[in-house]
Design a protein around this ligand. Structure first.
Ligand code: GDP
Length: 442
């Protein structure tokens, strides 16, 4: 889970306040001491923590909390609002140029995820109707050009490259000419990184900046490096003047220090976050939604957006019809499983659901392997069996178990679950009909 250890501690501390009918100043102070510790342990910049705690305390011991009916919840609301403020309040979008192409320069240290993120961004823009061009300006890291080409071809986006013998400034210039001729409205330049910040790197980036005048300079930083990421952001900003940050590897960041400090320290917004190596694992950054996720309040809006982007609306309507008419088969079930996979890892989806705090998620132990098993069982069924499971007798069960590498018990369990689900859907359908006729009232 993203920011797992921070989320767990904050939720535990604030959970203690929730049930209290009245809060004393001492209660608030005690809770804030624990919140402070949790933030420091999460590697949040200490100045940021100090200011944050003061802001919360100032508001929490005032009248708005002490005299309200649910003081604990008021404190949680304040923490949520202050966390949101810390991360920049509102979403900070990419400013597309009024006369295209919009030129975006990606920079950062080696290994931060620049090349991967260039592809992710291009893919996201393409989904939104743009025609991006990727530009390979990292001529030093072995295989960086090839990597970008592989990424580009996997999502159908052209990659401009002139090999590794040309000066990156010339490559960038030529790429823009090429992009203009070919109608590319967004040009994403993947620049070189180094293991550490050095003069040569900064000079090269400055030269590219001066020559191509990018509309946006985005710094890619690895969230798992915590305060180092904040220092990198400060340094790049001082030299280059960045417009925003893309935080990568949030999927492996249990602490959240970088995400919570970067904006407050550099005054530059986080524009996107990446949560995995796959090309679709990028999201626009919404401070309010992230604060809610950290506090276990879910993120329904992102979930809906993800679903809209990944699921097929027409198929969803068809499915609903089938469910109503009792025609739901294992084939539909299989399709559902596959669509669900498009949404991303199950634990990342679940934590967007309100009430799915870190504790609940741990208890739930989402077992993706179980889903793989179910998929294998359905795939081992014949078409006829999928449509009419009642024909699956003992010998067929044996064959399916063997074919899917599972046990007969696994097959039996799935068949039983499926039957019960169908029964339940039928009951719900009958209830709905009765309600419509006015025969059934709640
Ligand atoms: P570059 O040197 O900055 O261009 O970095 P790369 O794009 O080559 O990425 C370095 C490594 O980080 C690769 O193995 C990527 O697959 C991985 N990576 C990039 N973004 C993410 C992310 O959001 N989550 C995870 N888990 N890995 C990532």
């Amino acid at each position: 889970m993203i920011f797992e250890s921070l989320a767990e501690k904050l939720q535990k501390t604030l959970g203690k306040l929730k049930g209290k009918g009245k809060l004393s100043e001492k209660d608030v102070n005690n809770a804030m001491r624990e919140v402070k510790l949790a933030l420091l342990e999460a590697d949040v910049n200490f100045k940021v923590v100090k200011k944050f705690i003061n802001n919360v305390k100032e508001r929490a011991v005032g009248h708005e909390v002490m005299e309200s009916l649910t003081p604990g919840q008021q404190v949680i609301k304040i923490v949520n609002e202050e966390l949101t403020k810390l991360m920049g309040e509102t979403q900070s979008k990419i400013e597309f140029a009024s006369s295209p192409p919009t030129i975006i320069m990606l920079c950062g240290l080696q290994g931060a995820g620049k090349t991967t993120t260039s592809g992710k961004l291009a893919g996201l823009f393409k989904k939104n109707g743009k025609t991006p061009l990727l530009v390979a300006c990292d001529i030093y890291r072995p295989a960086a050009i090839k990597q970008l080409q592989v990424v580009g071809s996997s999502i159908g986006i052209p990659v401009f490259s002139m090999g590794d013998k040309q000066n990156p400034v010339n490559i960038a210039k030529a790429a823009i000419e090429y992009g203009k001729k070919n109608g590319n409205d967004v040009i994403i330049i993947d620049t070189a990184g180094r293991l550490h910040i050095d003069e040569d790197l900064m000079n090269e980036l400055e030269n590219i900046k001066d020559e191509v005048k990018p509309h946006e300079i985005l710094l890619v930083v690895d969230a798992m490096t915590g305060q180092d990421a904040v220092t990198v952001a400060e340094t790049f900003d001082n030299r280059l003047g960045i417009d925003g940050v893309i935080l990568t590897k949030l999927d492996g960041d249990a602490r959240g220090g970088a995400a919570l400090s970067i904006r407050a320290v550099t005054q530059k917004p986080i524009k996107f976050v990446c949560m995995g190596e796959k090309l679709e694992q990028i999201e626009p950054f919404h401070p309010d939604r992230m604060a809610s996720r950290i506090l276990g309040m879910g993120d329904v809006l992102s979930l809906i957006e993800k679903a809209q982007a990944s699921l097929d609306a027409k198929k969803a309507i068809e499915l609903e019809k089938k469910l109503r008419n009792q025609q739901f088969t294992f084939e539909d079930f299989l399709e559902q499983l596959q669509q669900m996979k498009n949404l991303g890892p199950l634990d990342q989806i679940l934590e967007m659901i309100p009430g799915m705090g870190s504790k609940q998620l741990k208890n739930l132990k989402v077992d993706e392997k179980e889903l793989v098993k179910i998929e294998a069982i359905i795939q081992s069924m014949t078409k006829e069996e999928r449509q009419n499971p009642s024909i699956i007798d003992g010998s067929r069960r044996k064959r399916i178990a063997k074919g899917s590498g599972t046990s007969i018990q696994d097959v039996n369990r799935l068949l039983k679950q499926f039957k019960e689900t169908k029964k339940m859907i039928k009951k719900m359908g009958e209830m709905e009909k009765a309600m419509k006729k006015g025969k059934f009232k709640i």
